[in-house]
Design a protein around this ligand. Structure first.
Ligand SMILES: NC(=O)c1ccc[n+]([C@@H]2O[C@H](COP(=O)([O-])OP(=O)(O)OC[C@H]3O[C@@H](n4cnc5c(N)ncnc54)[C@H](OP(=O)(O)O)[C@@H]3O)[C@@H](O)[C@H]2O)c1
Length: 296
């Protein structure tokens, strides 16, 4: 049986597709949830599920010790919380920001919250709404350790894995953005691969299944490259940067042969060629980081 208020009181501001999933996961685990959304109609179904609906951001902040915000972005957060009554109610509360933003926005938000007497935790959700509350979802958090301790049971009610990255408040969004960089560039690579498969009359669904199977091996390669970058040692007895550049040249040639949009291989091959031209061809592919460091 569901234990009443097992996780404590929480207010959730923002009930878009992610906010509503967070609220539902917490209600199902017995938290006492107060919810607010700018467009009230989106909040109404939650009342039938046991949430109290707040009539304003100020009322939501007043209702709970921990206030979770999950709106479009950081400016929208200020849009909701900057009204004097809401800002005044923040004193003594824990403010947990789960909207996506940059490390700089996290630092600014921490300073903003501290000025209003709130303890601030910045978070990042590595999941889609249907994964919330399930083992495959992850929430990263950084900032005040006391804020983390107070909100940890609630965060664990929302995600299968909760990782605290320390007091440097920009850490969660930095890791989130690095993750997004990896996911989106991987997806573009997959879509290009899907065009190669389509051009040969093969099944894209089979490619997806195969990629899912090899994901752990790709993860191991990434980890090896990460260790090499961290150590600053780029020698490789395996694949060289030159070999990778040649594979990308082949991808570009094949795209032209098959009439496939060459944007991705043209971009990637040009980048790796820069690495070869800079004299890193006999090092491992992770030496490409040295080219990217110069591009700032
Ligand atoms: N969806 C995902 O897969 C996913 C995954 C990871 C992280 N996230 C992050 O979670 C956050 C919310 O995403 P979502 O998918 O829930 O987005 P969404 O469905 O578009 O909902 C956006 C929410 O922000 C509110 N909002 C926007 N501008 C506002 C303002 N000026 N003042 C007050 N409220 C405002 C909206 O209120 P109204 O209903 O009134 O418009 C709505 O509740 C984003 O930062 C997103 O990057 C989402």
């Amino acid at each position: 049986m569901k234990e009443t208020n097992a996780l404590g009181d929480v207010s959730i501001l923002g009930l878009g597709s992610m906010g509503i999933a967070l609220a539902r996961a917490l209600l199902q685990r017995g938290a006492r949830v107060t919810a607010w959304n700018r467009t009230r109609a989106k909040a109404e179904p939650l009342a039938a599920e046991g949430a109290a609906l707040a009539s304003s951001p100020a009322h939501a902040v007043q209702a709970s010790a921990v206030v979770v915000v999950c709106v479009t972005d950081y400016p929208s957060t200020y849009g909701a919380l900057e009204a004097p009554e809401a800002a005044a109610a923040l004193a003594g509360k824990v403010l947990v920001q789960l909207s996506t933003g940059s490390p700089r926005e996290a630092r600014d938000a921490e300073a903003w919250a501290r000025k209003r007497g709130a303890d601030y935790l910045d978070g990042a959700i590595l999941a889609i709404p249907s994964q919330i509350g399930r083992p495959e979802s992850t929430i990263l958090a950084s900032g005040s350790e006391t804020a983390f301790r107070k909100s940890k049971p609630l965060l664990e009610g929302m995600a299968g894995t909760v990782t605290y990255l320390g007091e440097k408040v920009g850490a969660a969004s930095a890791v989130d953005l690095a993750f997004l960089s990896h996911v989106f560039s991987g997806l573009v690579g997959f879509y290009h691969g899907a065009r190669i498969i389509e051009a040969e009359g093969l099944r894209v669904a089979d490619l997806g299944a195969m990629f899912a199977d090899v994901a752990p091996a790709v993860g191991a390669m990434i980890k090896q490259d990460a260790d090499s970058i961290q150590a600053g040692t780029y020698e490789s007895s395996e694949a060289t940067l030159e070999l990778c550049a040649r594979a990308l040249d082949l991808l570009l040639r094949q795209a032209r042969e098959a009439g496939i949009d060459p944007t991705l291989p043209a971009f990637a091959s040009a980048l790796f060629r820069k690495g070869v031209d800079a004299g890193y061809g006999n090092e491992g592919p992770s030496a490409l980081i040295k080219v990217l460091r110069q591009g700032a």
